[in-house]
Design a protein around this ligand. Structure first.
Ligand code: SAM
Length: 289
């Protein structure tokens, strides 16, 4: 641990933030590499005469911050860590950085299945870092979950995240194309969730460089109209869901009505578009008959 005066640290912090970047990203850097959490910082800055302790020196932290600003590489990839709900998750450029708006998927599930003692059988298609499945497996300890992804590297990260977050063993990871790793779950799922790649091709081409140059294309691109994967997931869902089982899909800001129609065509009921905190119809949910 390196000792530094609070005064020196605060003036360094001000200088770094004056170069640009978001305060939240800077907080991730300080927490994950510097070893100083936001709450540590609030306590320390109340007494500027004291010293604080850092895991890495200021030059090193500054070099990571400069790299983030110059290359536009997301700070989460540079630090190898992201925070999502109450989880601290390992991330590399093999997985999408789980987004704050996706946190709501877990609350949608909490609204549908109110008893945490439910013995749910659930599947997540396209788990990436494992965020959604891990949150659900922890919240419903008697449940049995399967998290799938087409990318074996992503699944290895998700598995590590599960081992680091939980002492339970109610979540499995399987590699394969959408429903194909779930053959043995036909007619058994109470719940299936997916935040699939849903960005239309022309939008993908124009994504900001911090996304397009660093996050996996396989996690973002949803074919020409963005709905390629959503169509496939919805079409096959009836084979895997129990009667009255739920499907929850995250979609692009303007796809809610189209996803609703797809669910309707595939004989889903109780179809609803759920808005995120920005008022965008971000999730479409339905029940199989
Ligand atoms: C938008 S990311 C979502 C990741 C994570 N669930 C989240 O919400 O942060 C989509 C995920 O679907 C996976 N994926 C893409 N195509 C797939 C396919 N054909 N079958 C299964 N998974 C796929 C990607 O590898 C990626 O991890």
């Amino acid at each position: 641990m390196l000792s530094i005066s609070v005064k020196e640290f605060l003036s360094w912090k001000k200088k770094q933030l004056s170069k640009g970047g978001e305060h939240q990203s800077f907080a991730v850097l300080l927490d994950c590499i510097g070893g100083i959490s936001n709450s540590d910082l609030n306590l320390i800055t109340l007494n500027s005469e004291r010293n604080l302790y850092l895991k890495k020196n200021l030059e090193f932290l500054e070099s990571v911050w400069d790299n983030h600003l110059i290359e536009s590489c997301p700070i989460q990839y540079l630090c190898g860590i992201t925070f999502w709900r109450d989880l601290k998750l390992k991330v590399t450029n093999k997985v999408l950085i789980p987004r704050p708006e996706t946190e709501l998927i877990v609350d949608i599930v909490f609204n549908i299945f109110r008893e945490k003692s439910e013995k749910l059988i659930f599947a997540e298609l396209g788990t990436g870092s494992g965020a959604i499945s891990i949150a659900l497996a922890l919240a419903y300890p008697l449940s049995e979950g399967v998290a799938t992804d087409i990318d074996q590297d992503a699944l290895e990260i998700a598995t590590k995240n599960y081992i680091n977050s939980s002492k339970q063993s109610n979540l499995k990871f399987c590699c394969g194309n959408w429903w194909s790793p779930l053959e043995s779950f036909q007619g058994k799922l109470d719940l299936a969730i997916s935040n699939p790649p849903y960005i239309p091709r022309d939008t993908y081409e124009k994504l900001p460089k911090e996304v397009k140059n660093f996050e996996p294309k396989v996690a973002l691109l949803g074919g020409e109209d963005g709905l390629k994967h959503i169509r496939e997931i919805i079409r096959k869902a009836p084979l895997f869901l129990k009667e009255k089982g739920w499907l929850i899909i995250e979609n692009h800001y303007d796809q809610g009505e189209k996803v609703k129609q797809l669910l309707f065509k595939n004989k889903f009921t109780s179809i609803e578009i759920v808005k995120d905190f920005s008022g965008i119809g971000r999730f479409t949910i339905g029940r199989y008959k």
